[in-house]
Design a protein around this ligand. Structure first.
Ligand SMILES: Nc1ncnc2c1ncn2[C@@H]1O[C@H](COP(=O)(O)OP(=O)(O)OP(=O)(O)O)[C@@H](O)[C@H]1O
Length: 360
């Protein structure tokens, strides 16, 4: 099948409906994607984040056409690209893809790389688009250079330009910054986000780095074992995670098992009001390490005694490991905090920010 299958009334942008994907045999294979439905609005940048093997790359490969859809439907800009057994080939899809290793052609110049694969356009138009992209990416002076003579950040921009060259309706970026070192990554990331937002192309970014997802995405989709666990804005994901896995993905937490009694949950760090939860319900209480306050002993009635095990200065913050009645908890305090191993302190939890989940 080489032509579009049919227009879909549902899809203003990218619409994935009920996608399930299995590698290998039905009885012994791996379900890489398990019933995923997701829409991406025009101009939206959606980041898919999750641990290794959760199915992120498979999802991108399905949208780009590198993998055939087995179950469900993929539509882009109102055009159904793939359903089970029927698929538009990758080169016919209005999709631009950028890979983690950039995958530039070493024997082609920068301009050659950007213009590659646009044979369906008149030469003059192709040239104009390449020039335009060279300018957008601040690469005009490198037009005739070969990829190996460029820095990692410049190569990144060439790869992005190539992905954008055919004016795709959707851009797919798979771990776009993993080949760059930490320092370069931050500045290149800002630059790439600026270019993508200015282009207005709906974009799906796959990353295993939650901070990267929060920084880039209007919306962040958290995947675990082939399924979407939560899709929300970065602020909502951080403040109201759907479960303990999501809470832990976006920052270090202290976790306690507890049971609801008379509308309250008693934790080693104090009481939390839990109106509406029936008595006897087993729960997990999670408290972010930055929501723990450390005070001199005896300063507040709601604080509990702790002893410092050790601390690490991390630059913007100090991470303190504490003994709380024989178990270990952690606090993260802004700046440099001078605490010593063995020091007695008291710890108070910001109860209003504590998160309560069903016990696992
Ligand atoms: N070609 C393949 N053949 C068999 N199994 C595969 C294949 N590609 C991926 N898988 C399996 O499918 C699951 C999902 O893989 P996928 O690459 O989509 O995950 P991911 O979230 O992108 O992981 P990573 O962050 O490590 O790239 C994994 O269990 C993986 O081992």
């Amino acid at each position: 099948m080489t032509e579009a299958l049919s227009p879909s009334a549902l899809s203003p942008s990218v619409v994935l409906s009920g996608i399930t994907h299995l590698y290998g045999r039905a009885d012994s294979g791996v379900t890489a994607v398990d019933g995923v439905s997701l829409s991406v609005a025009p101009r939206e940048v959606v980041c898919i984040v999750g641990p290794s093997g959760c199915g992120k790359s498979t999802l991108l490969r399905l949208i780009s056409g590198l993998e055939a859809v087995q179950k469900g439907e993929i539509a882009v800009d109102g055009q159904v690209l793939a359903t089970a057994g029927r698929s538009l080939p990758p080169e016919k899809r209005p999709v631009g893809m950028m890979f983690q290793d950039f995958a530039l052609f070493p024997h082609l110049t920068v301009a050659g790389n950007i213009g590659f694969g646009q044979t369906d356009r008149p030469r003059a138009e192709r040239r104009r688009r390449v020039d335009e992209l060279l300018e957008t990416m601040a690469l005009t002076r490198y037009a005739d250079a070969y990829p190996h003579t460029l820095s990692g950040g410049q190569q990144q921009r060439v790869a992005l330009a190539r992905a954008m060259a055919r004016d795709p309706k959707v851009l797919l970026l798979d771990e776009p910054f993993s080949a760059l070192d930490e320092q370069l990554r931050r500045s290149v990331r800002e630059e790439v986000v600026r270019i993508i937002r200015a282009s207005g192309i709906a974009t799906v970014v796959v990353t295993h780095d939650p901070e990267e997802a929060m920084e880039m995405g209007n919306r962040v989709v958290v995947m675990e074992a082939g399924r979407i666990v939560q899709a929300d804005t970065p602020v909502t994901l951080y403040q109201r995670p759907a479960n303990s896995f999501v809470a832990r993905l976006f920052g270090e937490v202290n976790r306690f098992e507890a049971t609801v009694r008379d509308g309250q949950i008693v934790t080693p760090l104090g009481r939390i009001m839990a109106p509406g939860l029936p008595g006897g319900t087993k729960v997990e209480v999670a408290c972010r390490v930055e929501d723990l306050e450390l005070l001199p002993p005896g300063t507040r009635p709601d604080a509990v005694p702790v002893r410092v095990r050790h601390s690490s200065f991390l630059g913007p913050a100090t991470r303190v490991c504490l003994d709380l009645a024989g178990s270990e908890i952690h606090a993260r305090l802004p700046g440099h905090v001078d605490v010593r191993a063995g020091e007695e302190l008291s710890a108070a939890m910001a109860a209003e920010r504590a998160m309560v989940f069903p016990a696992e």
